[in-house]
Design a protein around this ligand. Sequence first.
Ligand code: UDP
Length: 336
Amino acid sequence: MQNTPSVQVPTNNLAQNEEYEGKAKIIRVLDEQTVLVKFKDDLTAFDGVKKATKKGKGHLNAQITKILFSYLQDKGIPTHFLEQLDDTTFRARKLRMIPVEFVIRNYSAGSFVRRYGLSKGMKLKKPILELFVKSDALHDPLIDPNVAIELGFLTRDEYEKGKLYSYLINDFLSQLFDQIGLTLVDFKLEFGIDQEGTLYLGDELSPDSMRLWKKGTQKSFDKDVFREDKGEVIEAYEYVYRRLSEINDFQPSPPEFMINLSIRLKPGIVDAEGAVVKRALTRLGLTQLSEARVGKLIDLKLSATNVLKSLETFAVGRTEFLINPLIEKSEISFDV
Ligand code: UDP
């Protein structure tokens, strides 16, 4: 089987000055490095079946996205946001978008409740990350990360980094919304890669792409107001924008995360320790054993406000002190 992704993101194939009009935004390629992102007043739900135009929505989502991206950028999360151009438009880095959505859930709601027959509003023991294929035609199916990697939708490295950023973003945003009396229930992120191969958070962060409940209740301040006809959607978005604009230089407590590093000898390198293990296990009766190789596991717990900086420091330290690149190879994974 050839591992070629069958799911394409239309904005990945645009030439200079070409435009793509999506359900809520228009993307225009400005040059090799940048695009223009314009937020529309259109609202859609249920794969575009329910539609409306709400005056002012594009403006509110552009402003909310700008506030949240600037806040995350300040905390060391790379986002595609560059500068605001007008009320509904900003300039952003041109990215090749990964055709997979990262959804983080803190409470049960939406498709999670429907899929597993749960009651709405259960606090989850730990935030849960789910991946979905970005495809309207397939109705954005849930996908196992290993399958997504195997099918070439993203690399293991992109998945690990995307996962780490998703959990950190969740921590940073949950603390921010808590300040204004809102609970971050769940949200969707999209990542992309620039020409240098750096992973960035792309797309938007707005009440269109997250669930926000008034603390201690299930009163929605997001697209569910529109999805479920629960009132005036613009008023809900205005409330989120007004409260976010009132926050001044909020410093969240630094999130903790784990770096798990596994170090193995490269194939072909003679492993004396492995040979000892093999002999011992064979003596114990494991006679079919053809080879044993010994490696190392290093688990690091980090508390960091500027995540990117800590990772860079770590990457340098890793090659200098932890592995011998002539004979060893390392694999890195992240957790919270
Ligand atoms: N979401 C999104 N775009 C999508 C699918 C989901 O922005 O294409 C957001 C949605 O607003 C919610 C979260 O991701 O905040 C989880 O959505 P869920 O899987 O529960 O699906 P839904 O209830 O939106 O069908």
